[in-house]
Design a binder for this molecule. Structure first.
Ligand code: UDX
Length: 451
């Protein structure tokens, strides 16, 4: 099918590239000309493992093209995926102005009926507004549109695999035709009939085939917000249990391992530490709280999850102050700036919040991240950037692990210890066992363990 993807950010690019990979003809568009220039020149404007190869292959096979003018692409396609940003407004509500703008462009440019798929994360009832906007702005042409919601669950860092091997594909539709069209688009993924570009033969996840979940548009929109908010709540819950375990002499690792064996609970998203960040969880949680408020529902447990998460940074700093006593003027190394490993994304990263607290307390910060330092320089120009983890540790009175990059697990920790002025290690992601690090000669602190 011929598909236009409007918005070439994380979601748009991965969606466009993967739709091309499974056989569709895709045009990826963005108003930001520099992004399109990068793509046309053979580059990829974001770091996402495997995405460059998928785009390169699709380009070679002429199944993907790029355009800085979304309007030009509308009438060349049968389906249009809206993947524009919905950033938070100061109130916490999602800013839907980009969606509104795209609706006008689609409505005025289309000369024949289109399937318009909302993939950006949006509050419930956006689909209804989108439908209304499309019909208002197309009144001169009389073209009709089908609107559908198809929330995206991909995670940064594993986005290509998540798109091609999802647990479920959720489609919110109003009629069977829209469902059929989306079934056709996702057919190869649902039937697992594509040659996987990221796994070698036989190495693809071998669980059940993805569930095809057909709902109303309102439900589909709610599914996305409800899923992300639930996962965020799970993390905050684990963090509170960690605080309690620390006081009472338990070990959060042992506790969540046993909890997770109960299939009703599940083992993922129970890792305690510095808390969650990224462009999805914090903003989706806020937007869901606001949506509930405006609908007269007091979803206070979500507000609590948000507060708990914000307090993680203070908890980390308390541990540091307790160990160092006076912090002003002291040198601290920070390992990891990205909001999680395998991405260069630092949006709402706990590491960035923590660095700001350290700076506010007068500390000298030297940070290292395998991928995120270029982006970090723009928002944290006042810190030093290290050439390696060892360089970040050099002469530091404390070293903080803020992101669980695999690279940090494999460091020569004796070398790190010897480089430091004082071997105090604050493990914000519980990567190591207290016993191991203490036997190496570190003063070691983490979260939710007796040390
Ligand atoms: C998330 C959702 O997982 C995805 O389905 C949705 O489409 C977009 O939002 P992403 O933002 O890429 O994806 O990050 P994710 O891997 O979910 O992690 C979010 C944050 O939670 C990270 O900062 C991570 O470090 C933190 N986290 C995760 C924890 O602190 N503890 C955990 O147990 C799990």
């Amino acid at each position: 099918m011929k598909i236009s993807v409007i918005g070439s950010g994380y979601v748009g690019l991965v969606t466009g590239a993967c739709l091309a990979e499974i056989g569709h003809d895709v045009i990826c568009t963005d108003n930001d000309k520099s992004k399109i220039d990068t793509l046309e020149a053979g580059g990829v404007p974001i770091y996402e493992p495997g995405l460059d190869n998928v785009i390169a292959k699709a380009r070679k096979e002429k199944r993907i093209s790029f355009s800085a003018n979304p309007a030009d692409t509308i009438d060349k396609c049968e389906a249009i995926f809206i993947c524009v940003g919905t950033p938070p407004l100061p109130s916490g509500d999602a800013d839907l102005s980009a969606i509104d703008h795209v609706a006008r462009v689609i409505a005025t440019e289309a000369k024949s009926p289109k399937l318009v798929v909302e993939k950006s994360t949006v509050p419930a009832r956006t689909g209804q507004e989108l439908k209304r906007a499309l019909s208002v702005y197309s009144r001169k042409t009389g073209v009709t549109f089908r609107v559908a919601s198809n929330p995206e669950f991909l995670r940064e860092g594993t986005a290509v695999g998540d798109f091609l091997h999802p647990d479920r594909v959720v489609v919110g539709v109003e009629d069977e035709t829209a469902e059929k069209q989306l079934r056709e688009i996702y057919g190869p993924v649902l039937d697992r009939k594509f040659k996987c570009p990221i796994h070698s033969a036989g190495a693809c996840p071998d669980g059940a085939a993805p569930a095809w979940v057909v709902t109303t548009i309102n439900s589909a929109e709610l599914i996305k917000h409800a899923s992300n908010s639930f996962l965020a709540m799970k993390i905050s819950y684990a963090n509170m249990v960690a605080d309690l375990a620390e006081r009472l002499g338990g070990d959060i690792g042992e506790i969540v391992r046993a909890m997770g064996l109960d299939p009703r609970i599940g083992s993922s998203f129970l890792s305690a530490g510095l808390g969650f960040g990224g462009f999805c969880f914090p903003k989706d949680l806020q937007a869901f709280v606001r949506l509930a408020e405006r609908s007269g529902v007091d979803f206070s447990m979500l507000k609590e999850a948000e507060k708990i998460n914000k307090r993680r940074i203070d908890r980390a700093f308390d541990k540091l102050r307790e160990a160092l006593w006076v912090v002003r003027g002291k040198r601290v190394g920070v390992l990891g700036l990205a909001f999680k490993p395998n991405t260069d994304d630092i949006r709402f990263a706990p590491a960035v919040d923590l660095v700001n607290v350290l700076l506010g307390e007068g500390m000298i910060v030297r940070a290292y991240d395998p991928e995120a330092m270029d982006r970090a320089r723009a928002v944290l120009p006042q810190i030093e950037y290290a050439k390696s983890p060892y360089d970040a540790a050099e002469n530091a009175e404390a070293l903080i692990i803020a992101t669980e990059w695999d690279e940090f697990r494999k460091l020569d920790w004796d070398r790190v210890r010897d480089a430091m002025a004082r071997p105090f290690l604050l493990d914000g992601r519980n990567l190591f066992s207290p016993r191991e690090m203490k036997s190496r000669g570190f003063e070691y602190r983490s979260f939710g363990r007796t040390e």
